[in-house]
Design a protein. Structure first.
Length: 290
């Protein structure tokens, strides 16, 4: 049994394109332990076997028999990330849905993405990255929500804005290159220039980790789920809430990141276009799944 399950573990690791130390890191084991599992000198527990099979396109039986299929889930090319912020955190508009508040928020939001994707230094980015500007953008979206013709677009963009800000704050907080959030920031800003002021980072971090924001995001995402146009987006954003630890539960941050990886993995397999695009450009999604 050890030989078959060891072969299965090795194939799963290779499916994700991970080295033993990386695989061990996400499973919570030392590299030497992963090696002993793969070489068959150590029995894999039923709990670990279940963890390695329950959310993936192979069965526990295949795992026990050493018959894990070869599936390429390795890291995609991340060179496209600077061009893809609006794919990961999309912004929506409609020719027939406009008002003054929405247009002002949409304009700032798109300019903010340009700063992230093409950082030119603080002299050219200050007008877009102050915390107060982000708050004004959020407030404009919230005022725009009172207009039924733009409400869903304003709700979708509000969630997108909060999540991209959370992503950036997360990247400064954790500095972990396995994080989807840090990967975005690192590729968009390779010199690691903080295009947000320290005051902006501190203020945003305090707001984002108040439990009040969890409820707001949950309610808006739930509202989007009731409309066919935004149902896939709603499922995708629900997964990202775990990635950024913006959920009111008792799990650790790393547990929520892993949960997000599993959710995004499942969504991409089911054809969710947002999860699929993210999986294709951000190795952090599959990188966090094991």
């Amino acid at each position: 049994m050890s030989k078959e399950t060891g072969l299965s573990m090795m194939q799963i690791r290779k499916n994700f394109g991970l080295e033993r130390d990386e695989f061990g890191r996400f499973l919570g084991y030392a590299e030497r332990t992963i090696r002993s599992y793969e070489e068959g000198s150590r029995e894999i527990s039923l709990d670990l076997a279940y963890k390695l099979t329950k959310d993936y396109p192979w069965s526990l039986e295949e795992f026990a028999e050493g018959n894990i299929p070869e599936i390429d889930l390795s890291r995609p090319d991340i060179s496209e990330i600077p061009k893809s912020i609006d794919t990961v955190f999309p912004i929506f508009e409609d020719d027939s849905a406009h008002n003054t508040d929405f247009d002002a928020a949409y304009h700032w939001h798109t300019q903010f993405y340009k700063v992230i994707q093409e950082p030119k230094g603080s002299d050219k980015t200050d007008s877009f990255v102050y915390y107060e500007d982000m708050i004004e953008c959020k407030n404009n979206y919230m005022r725009a929500m009172h207009d039924p013709s733009v409400r869903l677009y304003a709700v979708a963009n509000f969630v997108s804005l909060v999540l991209i800000y959370a992503s950036i704050i997360d990247s400064y907080s954790h500095q972990d290159d396995s994080l989807m959030t840090y990967t975005i920031n690192r590729k968009a800003n390779p010199n690691n220039e903080h295009f947000l002021s320290k005051e902006s980072i501190n203020n945003a971090s305090k707001e984002l980790h108040q439990k009040k924001i969890y409820g707001i995001l949950h309610n808006y995402i739930d509202e989007l789920s009731k409309h066919e146009q935004f149902s896939d987006l709603s499922s995708y954003y629900s997964a990202l809430l775990y990635q950024m630890n913006l959920v009111d539960n008792n799990n650790s941050w790393i547990e929520n990141v892993r949960e997000s990886g599993i959710m995004l993995f499942q969504l991409s397999l089911s054809g969710n276009p947002y999860a699929k695009c993210t999986a294709n450009i951000l190795y952090g999604v599959y990188h966090n799944t094991p």
